[in-house]
Design a protein around this ligand. Structure first.
Ligand SMILES: Cc1cc2nc3c(=O)[nH]c(=O)nc-3n(C[C@H](O)[C@H](O)[C@H](O)COP(=O)(O)OP(=O)(O)OC[C@H]3O[C@@H](n4cnc5c(N)ncnc54)[C@H](O)[C@@H]3O)c2cc1C
Length: 469
């Protein structure tokens, strides 16, 4: 007997489609479905839309505390921003930056950190080997399963230890893994990393030695993108409504929140797989799929932004950028508001550092951060006027930064996006291109919306719109 009570006599549907999660992916899927003439409800757990597009304010200025960079390759996102008239500005990187590995801090002004040419060559060699693995997997037919299992059995960390000629190269990739995956190399499946190399059009894109170069930021913060999208479809969005249980049968899907239920023909779950685990499903999800969702581990990230009266480091010829193997922050960069005199430095505490420092009192975390930054920026760093912090692992409706796959399960990654009955899946983690970026979230939303549109059309619930419609 069903544990989920609902009025069996209740005829009719609240909507054609229920979309769960008003992050970028869910918002975009909803808008797409509405454009095709579907009746859609978008249910969001938080009181705000945007999910990992999040901002916070200090002294009237808005700062990103989640996603913040837009790369040149993000075509869908860029055309959406043009349509929404959202201005972008270039990430500040003029001046001297610092790269700390071991006890040594190397200054660099050039586009690449000034490290030994032997290390740079070794990094490029690893890039080439990763690209070659992508081609090998793509080109192999008869040996595919064997190669796939071999690469999924090995962690990226273990592979780096086999392949790198210098210990420093391993440290460089430890830094890059923390920036890209919010995780340590030992936690990642080699197959997963190879899959992500493919998803990001090559190793040099995924593991950029210049993580802040050629990147743009959204004036007013990235959450604005979600707010503008939500404004277009506002009568379809219901916030503060966490979906706690989902029941599906031959005809419908019912989503249960606190004291309310919504019935539709189809549902799109636009939430991280780890968060899907918080929902009670009836019937239960197929065991293999459930196991897969459990294996999408969320990376850990604390975004800490220090706010100052002005960006004093610029006057000292510094870019504000620190890339560090020592921590607590792996990456520090200048996030001073574009049209204001205020200065701000965003510090990304990531991977094992986020796990460690997230468990410490805020005062100790702050002290450790200031101690890290003081030798480079000088005593003025202690004159910060405010601190904005977000530990993504403590966010109930996100449970971490972005999802990655450990060895042993990554070869099932493509199954993450497969529909289960009337349930379809979106979200940045399910994207096959630009996975775990804003661009990926959009493409996944578009793909899931197309799946449901096709179902609605073949069921005769949605007719193809005529030119005159
Ligand atoms: C610290 C950090 C830095 C990043 N930096 C960048 C960057 O610079 N550039 C870039 O492109 N990407 C970046 N990303 C990744 C990017 O933010 C994500 O890929 C993208 O925002 C994911 O969007 P989404 O819609 O798939 O998921 P989310 O944004 O997580 O949206 C899911 C939504 O579902 C809601 N939800 C969850 N459970 C339920 C439920 N049961 N019922 C109802 N609603 C629910 C959540 O509240 C949330 O609003 C970063 C991410 C983080 C965390």
């Amino acid at each position: 007997m069903s544990n989920l009570q609902y009025d069996a006599n209740q005829l009719g549907y609240n909507a054609d489609v229920i979309v769960i999660g008003a992050g970028l992916s869910g918002l975009y899927a909803t808008r797409r479905l509405i454009q095709e003439g579907a009746n859609v409800l978008l249910l969001e757990a938080r009181e705000r839309v945007g999910g990992r597009l999040a901002t916070s304010t200090f002294n009237g200025e808005i700062y990103d505390i989640g996603a913040h960079w837009i790369s040149t390759e993000a075509q869908l996102l860029r055309s959406l921003l043009t349509e929404l008239s959202v201005p972008l500005y270039q990430q500040y990187h003029a001046g001297t930056s610092a790269l700390t590995i071991g006890k040594r801090t190397r200054q660099f002004k050039q586009r690449l950190p000034r490290i030994s040419p032997f290390i740079l060559l070794d990094v490029h060699r690893i890039h080439r080997k990763l690209n070659a693995l992508v081609h090998k997997l793509q080109a192999t037919n008869h040996n595919f399963t064997k190669i796939l299992e071999q690469t999924d059995r090995l962690s990226f960390g273990a592979w780096l230890h086999q392949e790198c000629r210098h210990a420093t190269t391993i440290h460089v990739f430890e830094i890059l893994c923390k920036i890209t995956f919010f995780a340590q190399p030992d936690e990642l499946s080699l197959f997963y990393v190879v899959d992500q190399v493919n998803s990001h059009n090559g190793a040099a894109n995924l593991f950029s030695m210049r993580p802040t170069m050629n990147k743009e930021r959204v004036a007013g913060g990235t959450q604005r993108i979600a707010e503008l999208l939500a404004r277009q479809i506002k009568q379809h969005v219901i916030t503060d409504t966490p979906v706690l249980a989902i029941r599906q049968d031959q005809e419908s899907v019912i989503a249960y929140s606190r004291g309310s239920s919504y019935r539709a023909r189809y549902a799109i779950l636009a939430i991280p797989p780890a968060v899907t685990e918080q929902i009670y499903f009836e019937p239960t999800l197929p065991a293999q799929r459930d196991a897969l969702h459990q294996r999408v581990v969320m990376g850990r990230a604390i975004c800490a932004t220090l706010c100052f009266d002005y960006p004093f480091w610029r006057e000292n010829g510094k870019s504000g950028i620190i890339i560090s193997h020592q921590g607590p922050a792996t990456l520090v960069h200048d996030v001073s508001p574009a049209h204001s005199t205020e200065g701000a430095l965003a510090c990304l505490i990531s991977g094992s550092d986020a796990a460690h420092w997230g468990a410490q009192p805020k005062s100790e975390r702050l002290r450790a951060l200031v101690n890290q930054l003081q030798p480079w920026f000088g005593d003025e760093i202690t004159a910060y006027r405010g601190l904005i912090e977000r530990d993504w692992s403590t966010e109930r409706w996100t449970r971490g930064a972005t999802g990655f796959m450990p060895n042993g399960s990554a070869s099932y990654i493509q199954s993450l996006a497969l529909p289960i009955g009337r349930l379809h899946f979106a979200g940045g983690e399910t994207a096959t291109k630009w996975t775990n970026t804003m661009e990926g979230a959009l493409t996944a939303g578009e793909r899931a919306a197309a799946e449901v549109i096709s179902e609605l059309m073949s069921g005769g619930y949605l007719r193809k719109m005529m030119a005159s419609d």
